[in-house]
Write a protein that binds this ligand. Sequence first.
Ligand code: CA
Length: 131
Amino acid sequence: MSSLHDVGTAVISARSQWNRTGIRLTAREKYLLTAKGCWVDFFLIHRPPGDPSQFTYMRWFERYRRMPTTNWFALIGTVNCDLSTAFVIGESKEITGIEGELTCFANDVPCMYWNNWGHVELLVEQYAHPG
Ligand SMILES: [Ca+2]
């Protein structure tokens, strides 16, 4: 017997600065987000947790990422396309207390989405209420 049920799935494109999932979250509910697949930054393949800089020149640009201290191409979640609400999803993340549409992106420098390829798949499940 599972305490989780599916709320929805979404395809998160590496090329899109904002991926609107159409999945609406409710603050009183608790959710499990899980992501799978690979996406590509120019020629570097990443999984949903992303990766640290693999070349020295990449370190110069880290501070310009939309989440400056988070891995390149980490899967990021936000609410209603509002960067101030951003949190790392990576491969798996439990969330609660969030109200609004789940919107996602690959962590990159804003002007560097043109050389992004591929997508990851995000599954959103909701925990059943205890008792
Ligand atoms: Ca890029």
